[in-house]
Design a protein. Sequence first.
Length: 196
Amino acid sequence: MNKKQGEILVREARKVVESAVKEEYYEIKLNEKWLTEKKGVFVTLEKYPSKMLRGCVGFSEPIFPLKKGLVKASEASAMQDTRFLPVRKDELEKITVEVSVLNEPKQISFKTPEEAISKIKIGEDGLIVELNFSKGLLLPQVPEEFGWDVKDFLEQTCIKAGLPFTAWRDPRAKVYTFQSSIFRESKPNGEILQIS
């Protein structure tokens, strides 16, 4: 994804978030070909300037065209993230919007914990850990924000899945890495920055 595309995604995501909060209908009318390609996408809302999470919802698999996935993720991050109350109108000017477009996750194979750790790059890879019917995902930017090493990252992804923190070591567990193009507002309605 290039910066211009990222700017479009973030601006459109904000319009969808604002419309959802105000209970108004908003439709993305752009029809560029790249918006019709199926992609995984996440929309993250953060309080400004504290950067405290306010909502984050998305799709790890490319099941929707990007335009449709962006709308669904934007609405859900504002109104349906079960960790938070829905965003209120008076919060809209105090929230920044970030969009992450994911490439397809790839499963990593490993025989030892050390081998798994060697295959994951902080700052580049996002993680998915799956065991039985539980699945957790953390975006590539998360470990850097919290100062985690790879082991912490794996453990926190397990916790996100509702699994024991050591679940990634279970021979039945599946660990996937993915990369993403990340774009975010520098401040509410501010300049769009390309993070990766």
